[in-house]
Design a binder for this molecule. Structure first.
Ligand code: ACO
Length: 435
């Protein structure tokens, strides 16, 4: 069987043979090089055929070896390892190494990696001053996005993105400083003094310390909550070519420093249809208010009044495997924190929606944001911090996507085409003749 596609242009009767490209799995990775379509022309001066694909619903913008999703079967893997196994056996820093380097680290590699991340957790005092300038009730995600971009001005050498060593330094800094900036953003928004990193604690332990330390001499993170946060970070580390990863690659393709690209990715994540959804889930559950009101709420969603937040996914047409892990983990959290009363509403909502024809027909299942918000809230995080908690771990994924794009010889500055539907040339109309 030849690995080609034959296209006949019925306008001209000409036939074109186009090669098929495969990834690891022929079933998921078969694609045609879109540039080949340009050969399809009606006449010599014709520009050639484009493919039209609003919102990239069926376009592979890159070859990638970082993450793999089988949306039909509800599978997510980083570098070949299943999310279930990584969540059960690994740590976030190890997973970040895996995502960025392609392999699990050896003992000494992990030690060096952890040392490097741990020793970049401080931010310049001027970053603190910069953050002080925000209004007292500024949304922490807004503070995070702009402060990440501001880091660009503190590390001008990071512009040298073709230098692997410079890239490594930026990667350490970024993964290390995200929790610090995020915690400062939170403390700022509640009017508490900033807490500096304490590097004897784990990545997540230190983050909890910077968030929640009050007057005690040493903050001791609860080991269960520290572990739960680490698992949440593992689950959010990468998700292949989603809206924010695409922003990272697209902005990064014009070769700015990685702080600017990461700020763009974090901005993309902020929207309610992406990483902002966990915040919206909580607001939705609060609005529903009690279990008995769920049926009525679902009816309104079906009537198109609004969408059920935390339901549906562009890729998963099955239960999101991350949501499954979180649902199972939730009771462990509640043993420490006490039960979140919103859980009962969430479980009822899931039950009703999964039995309903509207949701079944459209393959709408809970996504990762459905349960993460309930857990975060029980752990004491304010709702506005939820997208921030998504951005911290996703930084590893963004940076892996960015680095992969930079070394990929097939990549150039990202520049989509358009199908122009506007006017043909018109003559300028003087003001007095405009109706
Ligand atoms: N509630 C009700 N109906 C929905 C929902 C929902 N949450 N999601 C999709 N639908 C319906 C649509 O109305 C549409 O119905 P129609 O065919 O009758 O018009 C159908 O399902 C398909 O929806 P699309 O918008 O075409 O699906 P798309 O793949 O573009 O959207 C998205 C995916 C944005 C995630 C969508 O499901 C949504 O808005 N969900 C709620 C927001 C959310 O939870 N986002 C988090 C995503 S996960 C993440 O980013 C980490």
């Amino acid at each position: 069987m030849p690995d080609t596609l034959t296209i006949t242009d019925n306008r001209t009767g000409k036939t074109y043979e186009i090669p098929i490209i495969y990834g690891t799995y022929p079933k998921y990775g078969a694609a045609i090089p879109a540039m080949k379509l340009r050969e399809i022309k009606v006449s010599d001066d014709d520009f050639g055929m484009l493919s039209y694909d609003p919102a990239f619903g069926n376009t592979a913008s890159c070859k990638s070896a970082v993450g793999f999703i089988d949306g039909e079967r509800g599978i997510l893997r980083y570098r070949g390892y299943t999310i279930e196994e990584l969540a059960a056996k690994s740590t976030y820093l190890e997973v970040a190494y895996l995502i960025l380097h392609g392999e699990l680290p050896t003992d000494s590699q992990l030690e060096e990696w952890t040392w490097n991340i741990t020793n970049h957790t401080m931010v310049h005092e001027n970053v603190k001053k910069f953050m002080d300038g925000y209004h007292h009730d500024a949304h922490p995600m807004g503070i995070l996005v702009s402060t990440i971009a501001a880091l660009s001005t503190f590390y001008p050498d990071s512009r040298n993105v073709t230098d692997p060593e410079e890239r490594s330094r930026s990667i350490y800094r970024m993964i290390a400083k995200m929790p610090t900036i995020s915690a400062f953003a939170y403390r700022h928004s509640v009017g508490l003094p900033y807490v500096y990193p304490y590097n004897k604690l784990s990545y997540c332990g230190n983050f909890l310390n910077m968030l929640f330390k009050m007057t005690e001499v040493r903050y001791e993170p609860d080991p269960v909550l520290e572990k739960v946060l680490d698992v949440l970070f593992i689950l959010h580390a990468d998700h292949e070519q989603n809206c924010s990863a695409n922003a990272m690659r697209s902005v990064g393709s014009s070769l700015p420093d990685p702080y600017c690209s990461t700020a763009a990715a974090a901005a993309a994540l902020y929207g309610p249809l992406h990483g902002g959804a966990n915040e919206m889930v909580l607001r939705m559950l609060r609005e529903i208010g009690s279990k008995d009101k769920v049926g009525e709420y679902v009816k309104r969603a079906k009537a198109g009044e609004f969408r059920l937040m935390g339901f549906g996914h562009r890729v998963y047409k099955n239960y999101d495997p991350r949501a499954k892990i979180l649902k199972e983990m939730a009771p462990k959290v509640f043993e420490v924190t006490g039960k979140n009363p919103l859980l009962d509403i969430a479980l009822e909502l899931e039950k009703i929606a999964l039995e309903d024809d509207y949701f079944v027909k459209r393959n709408l299942y809970p996504n990762v944001d459905f349960y993460s918000g309930i857990i975060y809230q029980a752990m004491g995080f304010p709702v506005s911090m939820f997208p921030v908690l998504f951005a911290i771990p996703r930084t590893a994924g963004w940076l892996a996507q960015w680095q992969e794009m930079l070394v990929d010889e097939e990549q150039r500055i990202a520049r989509p085409r358009q199908v122009y539907t506007g006017y043909d040339t018109r003559e300028y109309v003087p003001m007095e003749k405009r109706g």
